[in-house]
Design a protein around this ligand. Structure first.
Ligand SMILES: *Cc1c(COP(=O)(O)O)cnc(C)c1O
Length: 216
C-alpha cells in the first residue's frame, strides 16, 4: 500500500479529537512529501540535525514535533520553528527551552514526558519529578514555554494488559495535573503497535511511524 493509503486507513480509525503525528525519522523527504500532499501537516522527528535539515527542505506550513531525547545544548537549533516538544524530561531542559524561545520571540508549547514503561531505557520523569516540575512551572511561570500536556511510551511487549495499565497511569497523571493547571489538554501516547489501545485510555495525540511509512 502507498503512504497516502496507509494514512487514510489510520485516519479512518481516529476519533475527531485525536491528532495524528506522522513519525518520519530516517525517512527521505520524498516520503514526507507524499504524506504532505495527502493532507498530513504534523510530522514527528527524533534527531535535531535531521529535523533541522528537513524543516529547511520541506514546505513551511508543516508543524514539526520533536519527540526524541533532547539535549539542552541542541535546543537552540529547533527553537526558531518547532511546533511542539513532546519529550521534556528535566527542569533544566524546560528552562533552556524558555531561554531559546525568548531569544526567538516565541512561546514554545511543550509536553512533560513521564516514565510509564518498565524498561529502564525509556526516559521520562518519575511521578514526583513530574509534579515538582509542573508546580515550579506554574509558580514561576516561565513566560516563553507553555506546558500543554504529557507524553509517554509504553513497554515493548505483547502483553496488552500491561500496556493498557501503563496508558491508564499516564492518563491518571494527566488528570491529576489538570487539577494544578486546568489548561492542560494533550496526552501524547500510542504508536503503530498500540495506538488503538492508547485512544481507549484517553490519548489525544498518536505518534505513528512504521504503519505509515513502512519499517525503518
Ligand atoms: C519512532 C517513534 C514513534 C513511532 O514508532 P512506530 O512504532 O514506528 O509507529 C513514536 N514515538 C516515539 C517517541 C518514537 O521514537
Amino acid at each position: 500500500m502507498s503512504i497516502s493509503e496507509n494514512l487514510n486507513k489510520i485516519k479512518a480509525t481516529l476519533p475527531e479529537n485525536v491528532k495524528l503525528v506522522a513519525v518520519s525519522k530516517f525517512k527521505p523527504n520524498s516520503d514526507l512529501l507524499e504524506a504532505y500532499e495527502a493532507g498530513q501537516k504534523d510530522f514527528g522527528e527524533n534527531y535535531v540535525q535531521e529535523l533541522v535539515q528537513k524543516a529547511e527542505d520541506l514546505p513551511k506550513d508543516i508543524n514539526w514535533h520533536f519527540i526524541g531525547h533532547l539535549q539542552s545544548n541542541k535546543v537552540k537549533y529547533i527553537a526558531p520553528f518547532v511546533h511542539l516538544i513532546h519529550s521534556v524530561d528535566s527542569l533544566k531542559l524546560l528552562k533552556e527551552i524558555n531561554k531559546q524561545a525568548q531569544n526567538n520571540n516565541r512561546i514554545i508549547d511543550c509536553l512533560l514526558q513521564i516514565h510509564i514503561a518498565e524498561e529502564e531505557t525509556k526516559t521520562g520523569l518519575s511521578q514526583n519529578e513530574f509534579l515538582q516540575i509542573l508546580e515550579e512551572n506554574i509558580l514561576n511561570e516561565p513566560p516563553n514555554v507553555n506546558v500543554i500536556g504529557v507524553m509517554g511510551m509504553s513497554t515493548f511487549t505483547d502483553d496488552k494488559n500491561q500496556v493498557k495499565q501503563e496508558f491508564k497511569s499516564l492518563n491518571e497523571s494527566f488528570l491529576a495535573a489538570k487539577n494544578l493547571k486546568p489548561e492542560l489538554k494533550e496526552v501524547s501516547m500510542g504508536m503503530s503497535g498500540d495506538y488503538l489501545l492508547a485512544i481507549q485510555e484517553g490519548s489525544t495525540m498518536v505518534r505513528i511511524g512504521s504503519t505509515i511509512f513502512g519499517s525503518r
